[in-house]
Design a protein around this ligand. Structure first.
Ligand SMILES: Nc1ncnc2c1ncn2[C@@H]1O[C@H](COP(=O)(O)OP(=O)(O)OP(=O)(O)O)[C@@H](O)[C@H]1O
Length: 253
């Protein structure tokens, strides 16, 4: 069964302009999906709908077979634990006044997850390749790549089944980007990953499936290697033409 099912979803912030138009998408357990499209194509909007922060005008989104519905408080509380997000900017997404321990423990507090939070934060730090004892430090004492690891630790600490990443490596330099993509690839073995990006090269390195969004419509979707080897839609062909060849070499098998 699909973990997430987006079924004929349409949405506009205002009545006269559709931002998402009849979008359907399945995310299976353990899937890695890259959602690609130019700036303004509606990627972040779809992600907001997937997180249940915004409701579709029409169509449905289900998680584990149940519709996202703010009236179903118990289900939505459980859903907020199961679906976590990492944003683009590792500088603004971490509160500079809080210690790393407090930042990563925040979802455990807000979701009222019982247990030894210090140990759980230490486990999350280790999972993202940081030392357990960095929890006493503050975000400004870390590099951009390390801050993104902290943001990823915060996302994985409640044990989500779905990780949404919104341009999560775009602000990083190339070497750091590769390291964080490797980290996400490792994590994707234990959770489903929807990776939102305008960068096809990174999606090729990380995602088994690719979904191409143009002006709020899915114009092409499928196995990443197959779509990139033989793009059917002119929009995909144009996106591909703008990617340096080198970055497309590492398509997962
Ligand atoms: N809160 C809002 N109110 C009104 N319009 C919005 C709002 N948020 C986004 N939009 C509009 O919706 C469209 C899609 O925006 P969205 O952020 O989803 O695109 P995107 O593909 O994520 O772009 P980018 O890659 O630049 O982040 C844009 O035209 C944007 O101006």
């Amino acid at each position: 069964m699909s973990l997430v099912r987006v079924d004929h979803v349409s949405f506009g912030y205002t009545a006269n302009r559709r931002i998402l138009d009849d979008v359907s998408l399945d995310i299976a357990q353990g899937d890695t999906i890259g959602l690609v499209g130019e700036s303004g194509s509606g990627k972040t909007t779809l992600l907001r709908l997937l997180l249940g922060l915004t409701r579709p005008d029409s169509g449905t989104i289900t998680f584990d077979g149940q519709p996202l519905d703010p009236r179903n408080g118990a289900f939505m509380r459980d859903f907020r634990r199961q679906a976590q997000v990492v944003f683009q900017d590792p500088y603004s997404s971490l509160d500079p006044r809080q210690t790393v321990q407090s930042i990563i423990a925040e979802p455990l507090r807000s979701l009222k997850i019982p247990g030894d939070h210090t140990r759980m934060v230490g486990d999350a730090l280790e999972a993202v390749g940081l030392d357990r004892d960095v929890g006493t430090r503050f975000p400004h004492q870390f590099s951009g790549g390390q801050r993104q690891r902290i943001a990823i630790a915060r996302a994985i600490v409640p044990g989500p089944r779905l990780l949404l990443a919104d341009e999560a490596v775009s602000a990083l330099d190339l070497t750091t980007r590769i390291r964080i993509v490797d980290l996400l690839a490792g994590l994707s073995k234990t959770m489903s990953l929807l990776f939102v990006s305008h960068d096809i090269g990174v999606v090729a390195a990380l995602c088994r499936r690719i979904v191409i969004l143009e002006k709020g419509r899915i114009v092409e979707a499928g196995d990443t290697a197959a779509v990139l080897a033989n793009p059917q839609h002119s929009y995909t062909q144009r996106l591909l033409a703008s990617v340096p060849r080198l970055t497309l070499n590492k398509v997962p098998s």
